[in-house]
Design a protein around this ligand. Structure first.
Ligand code: FAD
Length: 466
């Protein structure tokens, strides 16, 4: 029988921390605390309000969208009383690196026999990928990576029919998912599909296909989610993704304690001592259990990490994803979002890959968020200032002079491990550590760096260990 009176500390008030508290509360736990170092809920789901034409609107600096496959996020929505039918649409156009509009997926525009044949090839490889993922790679579409490197699957299902039910099985083919995604595609004769996957993958800051194990790509962009993206059937929220977690936080018995940073964790026999820093200074609280939803590669900076924790967490790599909200002179901005495929290669690090135009009714007066990556495994990072200047120039090439950057950031993004560490069973080593010294690990690294996978990882953790 679980002890529902246990004191549980959750570090981080992002989607992982808020959903972990929600799942604990649903299970009957009453004694949890969430510490959040910033003065806001939602972590990288941050949707500031800006005034445009005298009217306040939400903008996105982090998470933007979901899809029909966002089952765990939907549970958080229901808990908080938030829907996803009131958000703006997600229409888009395409440009080349010179800023010119292009039509890579439209047979009728810039018609040529070669283009037609290439698109037919792409269509047939898409069909092939859908088929092999459901047969050869059966079991790939559950959340998390337990057992995959050993040819097994075990986790909550992502499939629309039996979503969030626990599934498990053996499938030795799953070991292929440790390969970098480009090699995985070549192995299966579906390399054309990268032309589709790169849009919602690389431009959204999740890295390049020669460095990222296929498991991350296919768990995030499983074939259903990818098809929803292609057909632009996406969820967005009028008040932004942050509103999902703010609403859920309000329904918690113990809403997150803001402006409260965890600065020290000590785990003597049988208990967890957490030192926090807030406006009143530092103090130490005692708990029975700890759920860490914050970057594990930083855990040793403030916790009494064991050697095995240090060793495992030192293998985590993250992307350096830069974005800013650009304001343009009156009537001089984009009127629809744009994807610049030429810039989605690591040879073009630091270039704008996508810009997000959120409010169609504001037309060319709507600020847009512009995104770029500045790192790639095996390449030198490009400097931050270079990245910002390059992004500004790229927007100019597209015909949109940036007058002001209203909000600018670089995020710790998409934590993952290399194909080699994945194949060496990194995730099974992590699984073996869950619960040691009353410590549990949640957050983006567990499954993938999006809202859905992080919320589902919290559900899986609470279901299995609490
Ligand atoms: C530009 C961008 C675009 C994105 N687009 C999408 C999208 O369209 N769809 C989607 O599903 N996802 C998207 N994401 C990803 C999504 O936002 C993240 O996967 C999700 O926010 C991860 O949740 P998390 O709780 O694991 O981590 P985070 O959101 O990073 O939250 C961690 C929290 O912990 C807090 N914290 C850190 N250290 C401490 C400490 N010592 N003490 C107390 N608190 C601490 C942080 O302040 C933060 O609030 C996007 C992200 C970005 C940046």
């Amino acid at each position: 029988m679980p002890d529902l009176k246990e004191r549980i500390c959750i570090i981080g008030g992002g989607p992982a921390g808020i959903s972990a508290a929600m799942y604990l509360q649903k299970k009957g736990y009453e004694n949890y605390v969430i510490y959040e170092k910033l003065n806001k809920i939602g972590g990288k789901s941050y949707s500031p309000k800006l005034k445009v034409n005298g009217e306040e609107r939400s903008f996105e600096t982090g998470a933007i969208m979901g899809a029909i496959t966002y089952h765990a996020v939907h549970e958080v929505e229901l808990f908080g009383g938030v829907g996803h039918d009131d958000g703006p649409n997600m229409r888009r156009m395409y440009r080349d690196s010179s800023g010119k509009e292009i039509f890579p997926f439209d047979i009728k525009k810039d018609f040529s026999v070669k283009k037609t044949l290439n698109l037919l090839k792409l269509k047939s490889q898409m069909k092939k990928l859908v088929k092999i993922m459901n047969t050869k790679y059966k079991g790939y579409d559950c959340y998390g990576h337990r057992g995959v490197a050993q040819g097994r699957y075990s986790g909550l299902s992502k499939e629309v029919g039996n979503a969030l039910e626990h599934i498990e099985g053996v499938n030795p083919n799953l070991k292929d998912l440790a390969l970098p995604f480009d090699q995985f595609c070549r192995l299966n004769g579906v390399e054309e599909v990268m032309k589709i996957w790169i849009g919602p993958y690389t431009s959204f800051g999740y890295g390049y296909f020669d460095e990222i194990p296929a498991a991350y790509v296919m768990k995030y962009l499983d074939t259903t989610t990818a098809i929803e993206f292609i057909n632009m059937r996406l969820w967005t929220w009028k008040d932004g993704t942050q509103s999902i977690y703010e609403a859920a936080n309000k329904k918690l018995l113990h809403p997150a304690k803001l402006n409260t940073e965890v600065v020290k964790v000590e785990r003597p026999e049988g208990k967890v001592l957490v030192t926090i820093k807030d406006k009143d200074g530092e103090r130490t609280e005692e708990f029975d259990k700890l759920i860490v939803t914050t970057p594990l590669d930083y855990f040793a900076n403030y916790a009494d990490a064991r050697e095995e924790e240090k060793e495992l967490f030192s293998k985590i790599i993250h992307e350096k994803y830069v974005d800013f909200i650009a304001k343009f002179p009156a009537d001089k901005g984009p009127t629809i979002s744009g994807y610049i495929f030429d810039n989605m290669t690591y040879q073009r690090l630091g270039h704008a890959m996508v810009y997000y135009h959120r409010w169609e009714d504001l037309g060319a007066n709507c600020p847009s968020t512009v995104y770029a990556l500045r790192n790639h495994m095996g390449s030198k990072d490009v400097p931050y200032d270079y990245t910002i200047n390059t992004m500004v120039k790229d927007m100019e090439l597209c015909g949109f002079p940036v007058e002001e950057r209203l909000y600018e950031q670089e995020t710790y993004y998409c934590p993952h491990v290399s194909p080699k560490d994945y194949a060496d069973g990194w995730y099974d080593k992590l699984e073996a550590m869950q619960g040691k010294q009353n410590t549990f690990y949640a957050g983006e690294i567990i499954s993938f760096g999006d809202m859905e996978d992080t919320c589902a990882a919290s559900k899986d953790l609470v279901e299995r260990f609490f």
